[in-house]
Design a protein around this ligand. Structure first.
Ligand code: C2E
Ligand code: CA
Ligand code: CA
Length: 443
């Protein structure tokens, strides 16, 4: 189907969806149920299903190229497009389906038959169409969840279908099914989030320290503190898994406070043992929000430094480059820098932030992301970018640290490019505090 396919009027057809609802529950542009209407009506249906043991599936759909399509069409043509989508959904999913448009590009269908072959129906909705001489190619990404597998309410069913879609997007599939694997993943996330509440004051948490080496002198310059969590049920959980969850449920604020005090306590112990070691601590954006009611990062740093007699210029906070554009956070970061603490920009080059943000940035260190290091040997253009970053950092008075150095040849290339410090498995993996002390004999 291509030219002149199913161009249908924008008005609701004669036989609307069999589940009728009051006007306030409708999307004004398509006449379909809106999200509120869909949830209200859907819950009524689910209640009936749970008493008679029936099943249903929910298909959640997003039109991937919605903004592009709408900006190419005029208002009237956009209405025709939306009406066509409604008509196609009615034809594809049938009279027994409850259909909705949540907002702009988001649609949903609740189908009474859980054995429906979804792929074919999606293809019907997606077939290209011509509106006002413009050929529109629709592209949907979808998540499917079944009532018996996933939920006891519409809210949960929608959430499950959306997670399934998200999961499918990550693995570049068009349709994702809320299945066992996803249910297990969400259950694990919930259990980890609960566990983080118990770990708020450091229970099960510990720190490892990864050395940073002065590339030319071959000497250890300092360490970065890295958080570790031993969950009572799941064992060691990677920070790449639990930090985002701690950010989501905001436990990162008390955990971050615990880890700062713990790292500073360790630095103090090293000093008592005769080693003055430069220390970097990762801070997450939420710890730098002015409105969280815990003591601020600056308050914790100044209090501990006073109590333990630590030198401020031997301490550094690592923030990610994405924060440079956040004015509220940068106000805090500048205050911390003004008080004499170092600031490092972590993972520099991983995201796409503007170089102009460096102009007013108080950072003293630029940490060049591992992705630049990985193919610096094979790819001369990659090396050229590293050389450029190093030159820029130098002009701005920052030292450079390259992260994730794993091989000697990488190190040689990076040394030639002028990088100051290296960190990575080539030198050391993260170490326990005592092992850092033992490095005295090596460096
Ligand atoms: P990051 O700050 O970029 O930390 C570097 C990560 O790369 C660490 O993983 C480290 O173990 C790993 N790494 C170091 N050298 C190499 C190498 O040569 N090859 C490879 N493949 N990896 C290397 P880790 O400890 O699992 O931490 C992962 C991320 O979790 C950190 O990335 C950071 O974003 C976050 N994180 C860790 N500790 C903390 C913390 O105390 N606070 C906060 N807010 N985030 C933390
Ligand atoms: Ca870091
Ligand atoms: Ca990093």
């Amino acid at each position: 189907m291509t030219d002149g396919v199913n161009i249908l009027p924008a008005t609701p057809p004669d036989c609307p969806c069999i589940f009728q609802a009051p006007a306030l529950l409708h999307d004004p542009l398509t006449g379909m149920l809106n999200k509120h209407g869909f949830v209200t009506e859907g819950n009524r249906i689910l209640k009936a299903l749970s008493t008679n043991g029936g099943n249903a599936i929910l298909i959640y759909m997003e039109l991937n190229n919605y903004d592009g399509l709408i900006s190419r069409l005029g208002y009237d043509a956009a209405l025709i497009l939306l009406a066509t989508i409604r008509n196609r959904m009615e034809m594809a999913f049938g009279r027994g389906a409850l259909l909705a448009r949540f907002d702009s590009e988001r649609f949903a269908a609740l189908l009474p038959d859980a054995s429906t072959e979804v792929e074919g129906l999606i293809r019907l909705v997606e077939a290209p169409l011509r509106v006002d001489n413009t050929v529109c190619h629709l592209s949907l990404s979808c998540g499917v969840a079944s009532f018996q597998d996933a939920a006891n309410s519409m809210d949960m069913l929608i959430m499950a279908a959306r997670s399934a879609r998200q999961e499918a997007l990550c693995s570049r599939r068009q349709i994702g099914w809320y299945a066992d694997a996803l249910r297990r993943k969400l259950a694990r996330q919930r259990a980890l989030e609960d566990g983080l509440w118990f770990a708020r004051s450091g229970a099960g948490m510990s720190l490892m320290y990864q050395p940073k080496i002065d590339i030319r002198a071959g000497q250890m310059f300092g360490v970065e503190a890295l958080l570790r969590w031993q969950h009572p049920e799941f064992g060691a959980v990677s920070p790449t898994e639990f930090i985002p969850l701690a950010e989501r449920n905001q436990t990162i604020v008390p955990i971050g406070e615990w880890l700062m005090r713990e790292a500073l306590r360790q630095k103090h112990i090293w000093r008592q043992q005769g080693r003055s070691i430069h220390l970097s601590i990762n801070v997450s954006p939420m710890q730098l929000q002015p409105d969280n009611c815990a003591p601020s990062v600056l308050e914790i740093l100044t209090e501990e430094c006073r109590r333990l007699g630590l030198e401020r210029d031997m301490l550094e906070l690592e923030i990610t480059e994405g924060l440079l554009s956040n004015e509220e956070v940068m106000t805090q970061v500048k205050a911390i820098a003004t008080e004499g603490f170092g600031i490092a920009i972590d993972d520099f080059g991983r995201d796409h932030s503007a170089l102009s943000l460096l102009v007013n940035c108080p950072a003293t260190t630029l940490k060049i992301d591992k992705s630049f290091v990985d193919n610096v040997v094979e790819n001369e253009r990659q090396l050229a970018v590293v050389q450029f970053i190093v030159a820029l950092a130098r002009r701005l008075g920052m030292r450079t640290v390259v992260e994730g150095v794993e091989h000697l040849m990488q190190l040689v290339a990076l040394a030639d490019a002028g990088c100051d410090y290296g960190q990575g498995y080539f030198y050391y993996r993260p170490l326990a505090a005592q092992q850092v002390l033992d490095l005295r004999h090596k460096h």
